[in-house]
Ligand binder design. Structure first.
Ligand SMILES: [Zn+2]
Length: 198
């Protein structure tokens, strides 16, 4: 039996298959580290990457794919739908409704709450006179509790325009205020901006 050096056996090999009507572009990685398990997922480029043990045959791979692909595609569709929801204005309105119900019963739901892309020095802004709240799109992708905090902060401005002690008292009803502020400070630092919730 021919012997192969350990080094060459250990190296994973990658094979790319172009997309067809039946499947998206595939990236088959035969990994010597894997013994039994097979896993598949979408890469950021939209390929399906399949990780299989090194000795897997092509027939086996097609059999795996038949089972795995529908699941991976369903998973991605769910994730995409979540992402779309997350960046919608309706999502912000729903979050604000929750916050009002939980912490700010004295505040009426503003007439307009939406994401804006032209606001990069402030995470959020409130205009009680016209009943509007705007959130910077730079917050998209931040944890939900951080978005909730910025919304809560802006909703508090519908009671107090300034950042007085009374305002801070109202703001502190949101339980994760300190944590969210710390997160935003880190985010400002990372984005080299001096953004804050105003
Ligand atoms: Zn403020």
């Amino acid at each position: 039996m021919p012997t192969r050096s350990r080094a060459s056996v250990r190296k994973p090999s990658t094979e790319y298959l172009p997309a067809t009507d039946d499947h998206p572009e595939l990236e088959i990685v035969r990994s010597p580290r894997r013994t039994k398990t097979v896993s598949g997922s979408f890469t950021p480029e939209g390929r399906v990457r399949l990780l299989v043990p090194v000795q897997t045959t092509d027939d086996d791979i097609w059999e795996y794919l038949e089972h795995l692909l529908p699941r991976i595609i369903r998973q991605k569709e769910t994730q995409d739908a979540r992402k779309r929801t997350f960046v919608s204005n309706d999502y912000l309105v729903q979050r604000a409704q929750n916050l009002i119900a939980q912490y700010l019963p004295e505040v009426e739901l503003p007439q307009e709450i939406r994401w804006v892309t032209n606001q990069s020095t402030r995470w959020g802004s409130a205009t009680p006179a016209t009943s509007r709240i705007r959130l910077s799109h730079l917050l998209q992708g931040a944890p939900e509790y951080v978005i909730d905090y910025v919304l809560h902060h802006e909703l508090c401005h519908f009671v107090y325009l300034n950042h007085s002690a009374a305002f801070r008292g109202l703001e502190a009803r949101y339980p994760r205020t300190a944590e969210a502020r710390a997160f935003l400070e880190g985010l400002s630092f990372g984005q080299q901006k001096n953004a804050s919730a105003r």
